[in-house]
Write a protein that binds this ligand. Structure first.
Ligand SMILES: NC(=O)c1ccc[n+]([C@@H]2O[C@H](COP(=O)([O-])OP(=O)(O)OC[C@H]3O[C@@H](n4cnc5c(N)ncnc54)[C@H](OP(=O)(O)O)[C@@H]3O)[C@@H](O)[C@H]2O)c1
Length: 285
């Protein structure tokens, strides 16, 4: 019997990975790691082993990984703390005798100019130096990052960004969860997967599709990086976050979030979700 563990299991991606695993292996083989196990009661009731583990607490990680064969390390969300946190997980996995790790990195890894890339690259290096067998799951952006703000777009008739005419190949969280589950179940190690949607779209195309489905005019308003940062600040984001998102938007216009390898649908064994479907799901609410 192989035991499969998932960190960050209480998060949006983690829960979808658990759902995928439950379709493909016995619940008793699955270990879900969460800071607060009470958040995963529904999975506990389905027979998943829910264990407490905090990226900041090496002892909790060592205890939680006891008996685990294969591990999916879902990157944490504490930007600036993650190299150390992920290092704690990797050390604990080594100590526990984990035989395989899949890590959710960032699309293009060391070639990415995005501000969020260096912590992922640092984690990739920790894995490379660990002696563990691992695969890198370089996740592109979730389609839901773009459909999350549709209520506001429907009200104003405008979608702002600094992407220009660049193409984005996003995938839904469920698509990326399917890829992660596939790697956890059968990844052999030594692979770097660039994981993105099967097809790309521009912000103009995105706005046109929202407009078509919503039945009202909605336009993409392209801005400079600085203008877009001001819009985001005006919407209440702290200035450093607004600057980071505006920079990501501008860089994504130059291919940072585009990939046509189709690694994701190959890994998961099914086509990725078209952006029109993610838009439809968001409009349904
Ligand atoms: N590709 C993209 O578009 C994209 C977008 C956003 C984020 N991400 C990255 O992908 C990851 C998964 O995405 P998501 O949508 O599932 O994010 P999410 O819903 O924010 O989930 C983050 C998960 O990390 C856990 N976590 C945070 N700090 C932890 C700690 N100290 N110890 C243990 N667990 C900790 C959270 O646990 P709690 O439930 O206890 O808070 C949660 O389970 C994110 O954490 C981030 O690294 C990718």
């Amino acid at each position: 019997m192989t035991t499969y563990a998932v960190t960050g299991a209480s998060g949006k991606l983690g829960r979808l990975v658990l759902d995928e695993l439950l379709q493909q292996t016995d619940a008793a083989n699955i270990v879900a790691l969460a800071r607060d196990p009470s958040t995963l009661q529904e999975y506990d009731q389905r027979g998943v082993q829910v264990r407490q583990a905090d990226y900041d607490d090496p002892d909790s990680l060592k205890a939680a990984l006891r008996g685990v064969d294969r591990l999916l390390l879902i990157s944490g969300n504490a930007v600036g703390e993650r190299e150390r946190q992920h290092g704690n997980v990797i050390n604990a996995a080594k100590e526990a005798g984990v035989s395989y790790i899949a890590y959710t990195s960032i699309l293009k890894g060391d070639r990415s100019r995005l501000a969020l890339a260096p912590e992922h690259v640092a984690t990739e290096k920790l894995l490379a130096g660990s002696g563990l067998n691992y695969d890198l799951l370089r996740n592109g952006w979730y389609s839901e990052n773009y459909t999350g703000g549709l209520a506001q777009a429907l009200e104003s008739g405008k979608i702002f960004g600094a992407v220009g005419q660049g193409k984005l190949s996003t995938a839904s969280r469920r698509d990326l969860a399917a890829g992660a589950a596939a790697a956890l179940l059968k990844g052999e190690g030594g692979r770097t997967y660039e994981l993105a949607g099967d097809s790309g779209w521009t912000m103009d195309e995105f706005a046109a599709e929202v407009s078509r489905q919503a039945g009202k005019p909605i336009a993409y308003v392209d801005q400079s990086e600085a203008e877009y940062a001001r819009v985001l600040e005006g919407a209440g984001l702290p200035p450093p976050v607004a600057a980071m998102l505006a920079s990501t938007s501008a860089l994504s216009g130059h291919g940072e979030l585009y990939d046509d390898s189709r690694n994701l649908s190959t890994l998961s064994g099914r086509p990725t979700t078209p952006i029109s479907e993610t838009i439809a799901a968001a409009l349904k609410g």
